[in-house]
Design a protein around this ligand. Structure first.
Ligand SMILES: C[S@@+](CC[C@H](N)C(=O)[O-])C[C@H]1O[C@@H](n2cnc3c(N)ncnc32)[C@H](O)[C@@H]1O
Length: 262
């Protein structure tokens, strides 16, 4: 099954609304100086790029993504002159060597077919003394929004286990992330957990975005029959920590890694 990544609005509803607060936590951790040149690899609809613009008064932000629909969305909502959103591959970044102060990537590394090539490319784009940093969801652990989803899906359909991002993306753990950075030649490599709390006001607010066909879990739901979808929704209603007032508080944890180019 393909991971569908084209519909900017559906992505916003499913993940974009959580990728902003986690991007904020990431930028707080980076503590970037103002006036830098930034490269955002796998920028999607521009959630991280947007926050870079708001938080660090950058000189310039280049955003690269291979999904034309996302780049179109990013350009439409971020027309300011500091931004340059381009269609391109993380494995062959269409940018100059040694130019960026900050080369970052949000929630994307595990979707790149060759993560080491992508980190090597990020290293190439950074200037000496520049920082390369990224973050990915802790799929196997405390990214609870997806953890509950895949645990419920697998309880009903053991074959869903093969699609579970916790199993598909072993790179999303501290040791493999640090190893990629060391292998690229980066120094002062550190890994840090980043956490936000997502409070869904009611079950529909949690479930509806899974019907948007965008990303691995919604793509899985899209392939189910209406009856199977209803069963999965019912299973989730049993398993999720739904509070007496109907709200669903979940922890969403990411692993972040940073290193410096010598
Ligand atoms: C989960 S989204 C993250 C988007 C954004 N960074 C955010 O934080 O919301 C992952 C992104 O990686 C992009 N992507 C996947 N493979 C890619 C590749 N080989 N080159 C460039 N972008 C890629 C997808 O198109 C998608 O926009």
């Amino acid at each position: 099954m393909n991971d569908l990544w084209e519909l900017g609005e559906a992505y916003e509803l499913f993940m974009g609304r959580w990728s902003r607060p986690i991007a904020q936590a990431f930028l707080r951790w980076l503590g970037a100086a103002e006036n830098g040149r930034w490269l955002d690899v796998g920028c999607g609809t521009g959630a991280l790029s947007e926050l870079i613009g708001q938080w660090s008064q950058p000189q310039h932000v280049t955003g690269i993504d291979f999904a034309a629909g996302f780049i179109q969305y990013a350009r439409q909502f971020h027309p300011e002159a500091i931004y340059d959103f381009r269609v391109g591959s993380a494995l062959d970044l269409p940018v100059n060597d040694n130019w960026y102060d900050w080369v970052v990537s949000g929630l994307a590394l595990n979707f790149f077919p060759e993560p080491q090539t992508a980190v090597n490319q990020m290293h190439r784009a950074a200037k000496p003394g520049g920082t390369v940093a990224l973050y990915v969801w802790d799929y196997a652990g405390e990214m609870q929004m997806l953890r509950y989803f895949w645990d419920a899906a697998t309880a009903l359909d053991p074959q869903a286990a093969a699609l579970d991002e916790g199993k598909r993306f072993p790179v999303c753990q501290p040791a493999p992330l640090a190893a990629l950075f060391h292998a690229a030649g980066l120094v002062e490599v550190t890994v840090q957990p980043l956490e936000i709390t997502a409070v869904f006001p009611h079950f529909d607010d949690y479930w509806h975005p899974f019907l948007g066909k965008n990303g691995p879990a919604p793509s899985y739901v899209a392939a189910l029959t209406p009856t199977q979808q209803s069963s999965l929704a019912a299973q989730l209603q049993q398993q999720l920590p739904i509070q007496p007032d109907g709200t669903i508080p979940l922890t969403l944890r990411a692993w972040a890694v940073r290193g410096v180019k010598v």
